[in-house]
Design a protein around this ligand. Sequence first.
Ligand SMILES: Nc1ncnc2c1ncn2[C@@H]1O[C@H](COP(=O)(O)OP(=O)(O)O)[C@@H](O)[C@H]1O
Ligand SMILES: [Mg+2]
Length: 373
Amino acid sequence: MSAAQIGLSMDAAAKASHSASVRIEHLNKSFGAVPALKDLSLNAASTEMLVLVGPSGCGKTTCLRCIAGLERPSAGRILIGQRTVTAIADGVFVPPEKRQIGMVFQSYAVWPHMTVFENVAYPLRAMGTPRSTIKPRVEEALRLVQLGHLPERYSSQLSGGQQQRVALARSLVAEPALILFDEPLSNLDANLRTQMRIEIKELQKKLGFTGVYVTHDQEEALAIGDRVAIMDHGLLRQVGTPREVYDHPANSFVAGFMGSTNLLHAQVSNCSGGAVTVEIPGGFSLRIEDTRAFTTGDKVIVSARPECLSLLSAGDGWPGVITFATFVGDVTIYRVRIGGHLLEVRAPANTSYEPGAAVSVKPDAQRCRLLRD
Ligand SMILES: Nc1ncnc2c1ncn2[C@@H]1O[C@H](COP(=O)(O)OP(=O)(O)O)[C@@H](O)[C@H]1O
Ligand SMILES: [Mg+2]
């Protein structure tokens, strides 16, 4: 049975053979004097959803366009499955239309003068798919994105969310082994965004394609990625599962970008028995579990997430004063001055400290992390 006959309803065994790994090796790309990618090496396993996240301008789109063949890197290699699609040193460059990749962009890029059906049928017609198989495959793709009831609607008559569903169906219909997403949800309002990221992840798991998904939104990255690659100024700063990069950030850039955190410069005063004692200027000390070898006097950075600090009216924590309080529904976020430091603390919503109140900040040392840079 051919892939076309199977349609989009594949069983688990078919998934692995139908999805392709991606290997990026030593990719460099400059635009004039501006380096956009610096020696980037990164893999996505078959059936994996890999998210590229980082601030605007860090090189996410450039990386995605290199994978798609829309951009020619200055150096490096890219493999999709076993196939080398870019190898600058060897003069290999497979054009985009021969890479069998699906793409979904922030600007939906659906054709307003075509119906929903025709938009989704377009890639199949371009591939010369027999007419008899186009209809069932388009219908199946529309059903998957919950647009089965709107095939005759013109795209110009759809909401932004519906247009993005059309774009998604169009990327799925040719059953590519790899789909690239560039900020597909950034134009949608917040509630729809959280709903659709779950749908995209469910579809990806169900159909088993490999995904490379670009976003600047750290929460979206954690929610959608099997693994998350954090980029900064064209460099890869860390790659790992959502839990790894959130709970064990490799550096202060990752700690600060993936969620919010308090970063405190400190000095090691003791390192023994799988834990490290650090002194924070102002007379605050903390003992953090860490099996790495530190030397007394080492300069380190303590990362203490706002949810890893708790507030007491008085007690054995660090004495401080509330400077600001914001109720955001599920929690109340406080700014607390302790010595020369201003800390952010997330406390239960039913706490109600006023600015000026004397409090005590108690860090959960188990959840604080030591960073070297
Ligand atoms: N076509 C281009 N011409 C010149 N500079 C570009 C071009 N595309 C991207 N850049 C630059 O390359 C860097 C990375 O851009 P981009 O990959 O779009 O970042 P991101 O998608 O992470 O926001 C930025 O400094 C950007 O200004
Ligand atoms: Mg971009």
